[in-house]
Design a protein around this ligand. Structure first.
Ligand SMILES: [Zn+2]
Length: 211
């Protein structure tokens, strides 16, 4: 199969955005895009800010390498696991954005009812128990959340998001980090004030109307 150059270009663009926004350092993070029964994924050991088309790796749904001179990301198992569990997933993004990762390192979960746009878009962003990166443990740690959540913070590690396409997965990462930052700032201003039950009900009603 010829991989569309457009798909490769888009994946590289998202990687650069993740790097430029400071969501990863050095060679951290990994991104994948589902293309039918194959997955285009970032390689191991290369910065997301300086990737080239030929660095990308094509694997099958089980993670077997089909094409590419480099080896796929060491977190490939997490990506194939997510595609297996989520038929609707078109792309997966994993990064270590500082505010969300600080919460992950402090094992502090994000509150669920703080900002209307987060309630409407992502809903609850769970904190998954710590697992050694690049092992099957990571799949186990997110297993209980991945079915119902598109953004997960992983203890002492970082964030993983699932989207219908690359933009969608990236925006979910960006939104999670923005939310973590606002939460951090509000906490430092003297504490957060979650929305009341009545206010939440009203927000959820606007969602019903727009469906
Ligand atoms: Zn990581």
């Amino acid at each position: 199969m010829k991989i569309s150059s457009l798909a490769k270009k888009k994946l590289l663009e998202i990687c650069k955005r993740i790097y430029d926004k400071g969501f990863v350092a050095a060679n951290d993070g990994n991104v994948s895009l589902k293309l039918g029964n194959k997955i285009l994924v970032t390689p191991t050991g290369k910065s997301k800010g300086f990737l080239e088309s030929e660095d990308l790796v094509l694997v099958d749904l089980k993670g077997k390498k089909l094409k590419g001179k480099l080896n796929p990301t060491s977190e490939l198992m997490m990506h194939t696991f997510i595609y297996e569990k989520r038929e609707d997933a078109g792309a997966v993004v994993h990064a270590h954005p500082p505010y969300s990762t600080a919460l992950a390192a402090a094992k502090i979960p994000l509150p669920e009812f703080l900002l209307p746009e987060v309630i409407l878009s992502l809903g609850k962003i769970p904190l998954a128990p710590y697992a050694t990166p690049s092992t099957r443990e990571v799949c186990k740690s997110i297993e209980g959340f991945i079915q119902d959540h598109d953004a997960i913070i992983m203890e002492n590690h970082g964030v993983v998001t699932v989207g219908k396409d690359l933009d969608d997965a990236f925006f979910k990462l960006e939104r999670t980090e923005h939310y973590s930052r606002i939460y951090f700032l509000a906490k430092n201003l003297g504490g957060i004030k979650e929305l009341t039950k009545k206010e939440i009900e009203r927000i959820l009603k606007t969602k019903e109307k727009s469906v």
